[in-house]
Ligand binder design. Sequence first.
Ligand code: SF4
Length: 322
Amino acid sequence: SAPVLEIDSLRTWFLTARGIGKAVDGVDLSLSGGETLGVVGESGSGKTMLSLSVLGLVPRPGRIVGGAVRFKGLDLVRASAAELLKVRGNAISMIFQEPMTSLNPVFRVGEQIAEAVRLHRKLGKAEALERARQMLVKVGIPNPDRRLKSYPHEMSGGMRQRVVIAMALALDPDLILADEPTTALDVTIQAEILELMLQLKEERQTAIMLITHDLGVVAQTCQRVAVMYAGKIVEEAPVLALFDEPLHPYTKLLLASVPRIGERRPLAAIGGAVPSLMALPSGCAFHPRCPDAVGFCATEEPALLAMPDGRKVRCLLHTART
Ligand code: SF4
């Protein structure tokens, strides 16, 4: 099937007096209906700027300076404000880390979902409220009739995130962008919320782009994963292949820092800091932290190379081998 989302050579830069920060620098990705793609990286890797770019919500002084974001054929980078508004929150829904950013504290939960529905659909108030109730049932909120009348602060973090998901789903979106949707929640609730997202995705064949720093979350939910570092994708692969045999040295380090079930050893931390996007290291941006770096890594810039099995990796050692 035709991809729901196609990101093509996307570049989102911050043009400031101190210099240019290339937050997203030549990213290509595509995503089909019913597919879950994980975008993984440390904070500062550009992954959140990537999701904001898709939504047309890049904060100043950031700007999309090149490339395209096609959503079902419509180029969102060049779309009018009206077209964007129609797509955002309707055909594309967002779920952020902190549910309170998506919920209005002064309105009851039911009213909020109903209003979101009425913004995009011609429904009467009663019908929209009924739709809100159905959605609360769908996301497993007990006592939906009572909960419709609750204010967000009267609910736990996990319940609030369920409400946000209910709101996101009320409009039957084709694409859900979820940025660290479970990071603020404890582990059990996190697993439940991820399970819920997957179940709903199966039912509706929604495409999900999941932005996270947590490879454990990716293993649980995604079919494909793209690893970002310093504004670029450094590896892209099916999840199983990536966990089985990571190709990029950065991916290897990320994986070494994921705890295995029952394991008590301290997590391996990745040495060194994420580089400032204003002052990226020369050559391969990862070279100051890379345990496998060789001399030319500091001078040559690796390209994202497609491997024979369709995986992609951006590392000079792999270029040299093929
Ligand atoms: Fe490490 Fe060199 Fe590969 Fe970069 S190109 S990831 S520095 S080995």
